[in-house]
Design a protein around this ligand. Sequence first.
Ligand code: F6P
Length: 525
Amino acid sequence: MSKLTLSPAWKALAAHRKRIAATSLAELFAADPSRAERFSIEAGELMLDYSKHWVDAEAMRLLAGLAAQAQLPAWIARMFAGDPINSTEARAVLHVALRSEDTTFPEGRDVMPAVRGARERMRRFVDEVQRGVVKGADGRTITDIVNIGIGGSDLGPRMLVRAMRKFRRDGPRLHFVSNMDPADLEAVLAGLTPGTTFFILASKTFTTAETLANAARARAWLASALGKTTGLSRHFAAVTANTAGAVALGVPPERVLPMWDWIGGRYSVWSAVGLPVALTAGMNAFEELLEGARAMDAHFRNEPLERNMPVVLALLEIWYVNFFGAQTRAVIPYSEDLRDLPAYLQQLEMESNGKRVDRDGNEVDYATAPVVWGASGTPSQHSFHQLLHQGTHFIPVDFIVIGRNGGSSTEQGALAANALAQGAALAFGNPAPGAPHKALPGNRPSSTLLLERLSPRALGALVALHEHKVFAEGVIWNLNSFDQWGVEHGKNLARMLLPRLLEGGDTAGLDASTRGLFARLRKRD
Ligand code: F6P
C-alpha cells in the first residue's frame, strides 16, 4: 500500500464517501439554503459553481486536508521558485514566467530577459506581418499563414485562435496542420496561393516526425509552384528550442523564435508558440491573455486551499476518480468558439497525469488522470447526453458557459438555459413514476464554470486554471506531471517499423500480429 492510500486523510475520505453517498444531491441542497453561494468561487472574470457536486463542508475539509498532507502550498512555492520539479528530466517548470511581470523571476535564476526578448521579437514579427512587410519569394504580401506543429505546438494555439476569432484583425488568415497524414496539409494548401503563403514551424525539439514531414512537404509545394528553391526561406519562421535544427531546414536564423527546456510543450502557448494567436488577434490581445493567466497565477499562489479554484477542481477530480471510481470526465463548453477546448485539455490533463508510477518510481495503488473528453453543447445534447443522463457510467461533467458573448441576449440566453438545464437534470433527475424508461436517476455531479465574456483575459485565466488544476492533482497523486515518457516508445517503434514496411525488411523478431499485418499491408503493392 502506498503512503497516500494508507494516510489518515485518505481513510477519512473513504469513510466519508460512504456517508455522503447515502444522501442525494437534492437532500444536500435542501439541508443548506446557502449551498449555491457556499460552494462557488470567483476569480477575476471566472466563476465556478461546484454546488452540484457530491460534497458537503466536511468533504471539502477532508479533501483540503489531503492537499495539505501532500504539502501542496510548498510545491506551488517550489514551482514558482524555479526548482527542478520535473524530476525525470531535471528541469524547472516555468511557464508561469512567460506571463510574469516581475523584473527578475524566479529568484536566483532570472529567465525574464529571455522571456522579454522573445516577446519583443514576437511583437516585431506580428507588426511586420500586419504592416505587410513580410513578403514571399516573389515579393507578394502574405495572405495565409499555416502553423505546422503537433501536440503542445498545435493544440493550444489552435484552440485559442478559434476562441478569439471575434477579435480577428485584418491580416493573414491562420490555418493549422498537425497530422502526418498528407491529407491534412493537402486540404489546407488546396485553397492557398504559394506566393502568398507563409509557414510557422512550431516544434520545441525540432525532431518530431510529423512536423518535419509536413515542413518538407510544405517546402516541396512552394518549390514546385514557385519554380525555384532560392528565396523559399522567406516563407518560413520557426518556434523552437533547437535553432540549429530549424536553420538546417532552411529557416532564416532571424526568423527562429525561442523556446526553452523549462517550458513543457503542453504549457507553451504563452511563449512564441502562441504566435498564431497574436497574429490573429494582435499582440495587445495576446498580452491580455497573459494578464488573465497572471491573475490566475496570483489566485493559485495566494488563496487558501478551500477557496482556491484550481485546487478545488483538482480535489473534486480526485474525489470522484479515487473515491467514486469515475474513469472519465466530460468537458462541455456551450460555445462554438470553445469547441477545441476538450481536445486541448485532453493533452494537458492526460499527458500530464496519465501516469502509473509515482515520483519515487513506485507503482501507484490508486487511479490517476481520468479520460477527458467532450464536445461543444448543444450538439452534444443530441449525441451523447443520453448516456450522461441514463447510462450506467458515472461521469462528472464540467459545463462551461459564457455570460455575455457579444451575441444577442436571446441567443446567449438559449445557450445558457440549455447548459443550466443539463446540469439540473443530471443533479436532480426526473422520477417519471410508472415509466422507468423515462426516469432520470439524478445524483450525477457537474461543475458550471461561468466566463463573464469570452475575452482574452477570461481565456488566459481559463487555461491557467486548468494548468494549475493538473499540477495540484499531480502533487496529491505524487506524480511528475511534466514528463511524457510513455509517448517515446511508440515513436521509436514506428521509426524501426517504417523502413521494414517500405523496403520489405526483416520481420524476424516482430510479434506475430505485427508480422501478419505487415504481410497484408505489403500485399497492396
Ligand atoms: O509526443 C509528445 C510530445 O512530446 C508532446 O509533449 C509535445 O507537445 C509534442 O510531442 C510535440 O513536440 P515538439 O513541440 O517537440 O514537436
